[in-house]
Design a protein around this ligand. Structure first.
Ligand code: NAD
Length: 361
């Protein structure tokens, strides 16, 4: 597949902008499995980060065609083998000028700035970058520990002058490493989170209607308990965490029916999207004691209404859609995309290649 990139020295063109330090891009490709020959660099767009959003919006709305980039880019790319950009538009003209291009990497998740069709017609793989999966994974683990060990609850009581030692869950409290955690949805975030949980010694059960056990094993996730029986996951997990995308098929997908299948001392976490969960059903499940508690970073209506009953429940931990927001996820994104390219080179896992179903590798 892309393993030829690790054999002979490759000519690399890195085009950065005000958001990503060029030294980070250089370091990332040098540390990757790509055999780096000559590395050329170029800067795109305004020097100031504050001036970037307007240009960004323009590219997101209109795509890569017709947006001016430095003329020098066409010359520099003519014999380059590998291109890495952050937000610089990669138009059909740039792709045409690149006679020997074998790989396009972007440090973003979105690819609105790349003419993927033009790359596909030249059989060039485009690799994008899921830069906040680690941020979400860590946040969810934080929520798991906070919710089950009453950190925020205790904090709030202490602020009110109360040294409280027992809470609603004291009679069934467990350490995370002795708990069973069930993850629903094993895409980018599910996989990253599962890896972290396994590292903490947590028994992790996973369910995804489109992902096979074999593909997870290929990613090194052999220690997981894979199940194709959602009811089994729901009835055996001490914590159930949602990691699906919101699409028409998953709208209000998690309902009272699923809560009824969970253990009464189990917790529920939603950091995916509010629309996937029926929030009325969650309120009912909490009210009826069908589950022990919940941690929520996302809501069906954001911001959540001030008088929402969920905000009055001591067994509900809430956050204002914060899981994915860390500054370093942009600054360090070149390392994330090269890490994924290394996986493609080493293990033949093409998930991150945006156009892999349409090209021959
Ligand atoms: N809270 C935040 O700040 C934050 C930040 C980033 C992403 N997110 C959200 O996290 C969620 C996961 O993101 P991702 O990048 O891992 O998405 P992804 O597309 O990589 O993964 C979603 C997974 O869900 C699986 N799936 C779809 N329908 C299913 C079903 N009916 N049953 C079981 N599995 C099903 C898919 O096969 C896929 O593997 C998304 O909803 C995303 O919007 C939240």
């Amino acid at each position: 597949m892309l393993n030829e990139l690790s054999r002979d020295p490759q000519k690399i063109l890195l085009i950065t902008d005000a958001n990503v330090d060029i030294e980070v891009m250089i370091d990332a490709v040098k540390k990757s499995k790509i055999n780096c020959g000559e590395i050329r660099t170029l800067f795109f767009g305004p020097e100031n980060k504050e001036d970037f959003p307007e240009l960004q919006l323009n590219i997101e709305r209109h795509g890569p065609e017709g947006i001016e980039i430095p003329e020098e880019a066409y010359e520099l790319i003519s014999d380059a083998n590998v291109l890495m950009v952050h937000f610089c538009p990669v138009s059909s003209r740039l792709i045409e000028a690149a006679k020997d291009l074998k790989l396009i990497m972007t440090n973003r998740g979105g690819v609105e700035h790349i003419n993927v069709e033009a790359a596909t017609s030249r059989n060039i793989p485009v690799v994008n970058c899921v830069r906040n999966a680690d941020a979400v994974g860590e946040f969810v683990i934080g929520m798991m520990i906070d919710l089950t060990r009453d950190i925020t609850l205790s904090h709030n009581f202490l602020h009110q002058g109360q040294w409280k030692r027992t809470y609603y869950n004291s009679s069934f409290q467990k350490t995370l490493c002795n708990s069973h955690v069930g993850l629903i949805g094993m895409g980018n975030i599910g996989c990253v989170l599962a890896k972290k949980l396994l590292g903490l010694g947590v028994h992790t059960i996973v369910y995804d209607s489109f992902v096979t056990k074999e593909s997870l094993e290929k990613k090194g996730l052999n220690a997981l308990e894979y199940t194709d029986d959602l009811d089994y996951l729901l009835s055996t997990s001490d914590i159930v965490s949602l990691h699906l995308r919101l699409v028409p098929a998953t709208e209000k997908w998690f309902t009272i029916e699923q809560f009824r299948k969970m253990k009464k001392d189990a917790y529920f976490i939603n950091s995916a999207r509010g629309g996937i969960l029926n929030y009325d059903d969650l309120r009912q499940a909490l009210k009826e004691g069908l589950i022990a508690g919940a941690a929520l970073d996302v809501f069906d209506r954001e911001p959540i209404a001030e008088d929402d009953p969920l905000l009055q429940m001591e067994n509900v931990l809430v956050a204002s859609h914060l899981a994915g927001t860390t500054l370093d996820s942009i600054a360090l994104s070149p390392y994330i995309v090269t890490r994924d390219v290394d996986e493609i080179i080493e293990k033949d896992i093409p998930d991150r290649i945006v156009n892999y179903r349409k090209i021959t590798l």
